[in-house]
Design a protein around this ligand. Sequence first.
Ligand code: UD1
Length: 353
Amino acid sequence: MKHILHVVGARPNFVKAAPVLRAIRQLGIRQTLVHTGQHYDRNMSDVFFTQLEIPEPDFNLEVGSGSHAVQTAEIMRRFEPVVVECKPDIVLVYGDVNSTVAAALVCAKLLIPIGHVEAGLRSFDRTMPEEINRIVTDRLADLLFTPSEDGDANLLREGVPKERIHFVGNVMIDSLIRLLPVAKSFSQNGMPKRFALVTLHRPSNVDSNENLQRILNSLTEVSGELGIIFPVHPRTRQRIEAFGINTERLHLLEPIPYIEFLSLQTRATVVITDSGGIQEESSYLGVPCLTLRANTERPVTVTCGTNTLVGEDKDMLTSELKKILSGKAKKGTIPPLWDGHAGDRIANLLQIL
Ligand code: UD1
């Protein structure tokens, strides 16, 4: 009998792991869940477990925050005895956060097979910590589950043997499809009729006073035409306070739970973000998305979806917003296999491989 161990640590991991955990449970395969504790605030972690119906983790490593080296090392140090004790047949890691690469490094040294869910994505920008995490994790993984065909192409180009790569579709969209009816029925009383839903947390956007100031100024400029709803990541909140930026014309909120956020996305006139997953979710929902980055590791959201990269160009942000407000938003289509069954495909592959 197989034993599968999952490692999750940060908000997007929870959304990706939920459908895989469910599909594996339905096959009756034994599984263990490890939460590294990279995200630990109630509204960054527990709420997601509840709404996505993820079982209580079997282990919580409670690593908390730290520099990249400290956080990665601490996860490795605390994860090693757990994995040695559990002796799983395979460890599944998700996405591109520090918990992903830390767990993969531990398993590779212990010769425990690794499956990487959301493999093959590349921004080709090594200034992003996530890009380093993706490259290293894919290099170490034995099974690589890709969300889109560009992932397969990237891995093949890097010399990953074809038989290790499995195009399964997008697990994040599995969660979205399952909870969309609940999100749609969720009341959003008091929201402006037209609004931009904004999220920002990339170090390149929020750690520099100049960049953060520039972005928030642009949002303030358009706030007369549409409401700016901005659930603020703790990292960004710290920076806004430290830099003393005036945000009085923006509606700043605490980080919000998954279903409430999805509900806001379905109703938004436009989504403005630097997140990876939100580019995918807005594309699936057909809501225009302006991404405040020069590149994306999710190119299908631009080629197929509703996403436009505006980079650091303030004028482009303003002109793209004007287009959307005048009814000329980009129309998109849904990429192949973003159909709500990616988790089932992974579970079925794990059963036979
Ligand atoms: C991490 C991921 C990023 C992902 C994001 C989703 C890495 C390298 N980055 O970024 O890819 O898109 O999660 O949210 O893994 N903090 C809290 N409470 C929490 C968690 C964090 O207050 O529950 C604060 C801490 O001050 C911390 C800071 O947020 O130092 C950043 O957290 P961290 O986990 O290091 O990275 P994220 O920016 O969340």
